[in-house]
Every structure is written in C-alpha cells, then in structure tokens.
Design a protein around this ligand. Structure first.
Ligand SMILES: Nc1ncnc2c1ncn2[C@@H]1O[C@H](COP(=O)(O)OP(=O)(O)OP(=O)(O)O)[C@@H](O)[C@H]1O
Ligand SMILES: [Mg+2]
Length: 254
C-alpha cells in the first residue's frame, strides 16, 4: 500500500472516490450536507458497509434522529444486513434518537463499556458522553469509521447555540485524536447549500453537498472543500439505485 492510499479512506462510491482523488482524507471529519431526501443517510451507510466488506474496517453509526430499528429496516432495502454485522461485532449502532421521547418505560441499556449496539434516553443525552463512549467502543471494535446522523437534531437537544459549537469542537477533537474518519450529516435549507448548523462547515475538514434538482429530475453532488486533498469542484450527477448511490461519469482526477 502506498502512502497515498493509506492516507485515503475510500467511501465505496466509485465516482465519489474518483472526485476525491482516492477517498476521504483518513482520520478527518467530513460534513455531508443536503436538503431532505437527497441520500445523505444512504451515502453514510454505504461508507460504513464498504469499510467493513472491502477493507475489514469496523464502523460505528451514531443516530440522533431516526431510531436504530428504522435505520436497520431502511438499510435492508439496499441489501445491507446491519443486524448480521452487529452480531459479528463489525458494526455498532448507538441510538440516541429523539423518537424515544415520551416512551417512559423504555429500558435504558447504557453500557459502562460498550461493545454492542445500545440506546440512550433523551434525558441522558450528553454529546460529550456519547463521544467518549464512541471512542471507547471504536477502540474495542477496532473501528476506523464513524457516522453521526444528523446534526440538526442537536438544535432540539441543546438549549444554547454556543453549547452545540463547544460539543462539536470536542467531538471533532476526540475523533481525530483516535484517527477516526468521521462523516457528520448536516442539512441545508436552500439551494445555496448553507448548513443549518453553520459551525459544522468550519470545523469539518471537508464538505460534500448533495442536491435534488426537482425541475430537471436530477440529483447533483459536489465537493465544496476537502483539506489536504486535490479534488474536483465540478458537480456530478448521481442516482440512488437499489445498490445505493451511483455517480455518473466521474473519472479519476489523478
Ligand atoms: N430502494 C431505493 N431505490 C432507489 N431510491 C431510493 C430507495 N430508497 C430510497 N430511495 C431514495 O432515497 C431517498 C432517501 O434517501 P436517504 O434516507 O438516504 O436521504 P436523506 O438525505 O438521509 O433523507 P433525510 O433528510 O430525510 O434524512 C428517498 O427520498 C428516495 O428518493
Ligand atoms: Mg437521513
């Protein structure tokens, strides 16, 4: 393996890896942002699935919004059997989803030392604690890839914007210190692609934007920034297929 390939973390989406000159910068934090239904969750799951199947790199999925079961069900549509990978200790889902608000008899299984998927009650929500547990679980599983889906949920979970900023700076620091390659999922409200939690654009080492163009019945992906990487700025069209995200015509830039 050359130094170049070691410094890259392929997403498994060939066209995107071509746009990135081989993959995401390893050990960095990348924001994947777009409006609703653009395929952010699919892209992030594909990144974890490919890490497991092709590179033997376990991964952790932290869901702040959709429940773990919903994610497992949706993933199956693309042929990704998450429970099997969880049983094999290659994937861990940390479910802190808001969907549990109001479920009083929900039994908390907060592990002191996590090695399997678990859930937290909303009352227990503490992003710094979740980051700490994720790092610990990553060490035990040998995980190299992390997904946090999605940041707008933090708006509901934090009272003050500066608390979100502080927690995200800590997350970024801790994940990087453990050399974890992280996809943070953000959301954009409008066509110009400004993320709802703007601090995420600045703390992230890279920003990938997904866009639906309803009028042209077309989806486009573009890389807004990617520290340490030569990449194309040109938007490419993509489709969501039963196998996941497929980018059209993105030739390698190397
Ligand atoms: N099996 C499938 N085949 C093709 N396209 C699909 C399939 N399943 C979902 N899609 C498309 O993917 C979109 C949802 O993808 P995904 O959940 O990854 O988006 P998202 O950006 O995470 O959405 P949200 O903002 O709601 O979280 C759907 O709106 C649909 O257009
Ligand atoms: Mg999603």
């Amino acid at each position: 393996m050359t130094e170049k390939t070691q410094s890259r973390c392929p997403t498994g989406i060939t066209g995107l890896d071509n746009m990135l000159g081989g993959g995401l910068p390893r050990g960095r934090t990348i924001l994947v942002s777009g409006s609703c239904g653009t395929g952010k969750t699919t892209l992030a799951l594909q990144f974890l699935m490919d890490g497991i199947s092709k590179y033997n790199e376990p991964g952790i999925y932290v869901t702040l919004e959709q429940s773990g079961d919903e994610i497992r069900k949706d993933a199956l549509q693309f042929g990704w059997d998450l429970p099997k990978l969880e049983a094999e200790r290659k994937l861990l889902i940390i479910d802190t989803s808001l969907s549990k608000i109001g479920i009083k008899d929900f039994i908390t299984t907060l592990p002191i030392s996590p090695t399997t998927s678990f859930s937290l009650l909303p009352d227990e929500f503490d992003l710094n604690k979740i980051v700490g547990l994720t790092v610990e679980a990553a060490r035990k599983l040998g995980a190299r890839r992390i997904v946090v889906d999605s940041l707008p949920a933090l708006d509901v979970l934090f009272k003050e914007t500066h608390d979100i900023r502080r927690a995200l700076v800590n997350l970024n620091y801790e994940f990087k210190a453990s050399n974890l390659t992280t996809i943070l999922i953000g959301e954009t409200e409008d066509e110009d692609g400004v993320t709802k939690i703007p601090v995420a654009d600045y703390i992230s080492d890279g920003v990938i934007l997904l866009k639906n163009n309803e009028a042209l019945d077309m989806r486009t992906i573009r890389i807004r920034k990617m520290r340490t990487a030569k990449h194309t700025l040109k938007p490419q069209t993509y489709e969501i297929t039963p196998k996941g995200i497929e980018i059209k015509e993105a030739k390698s830039i190397l």
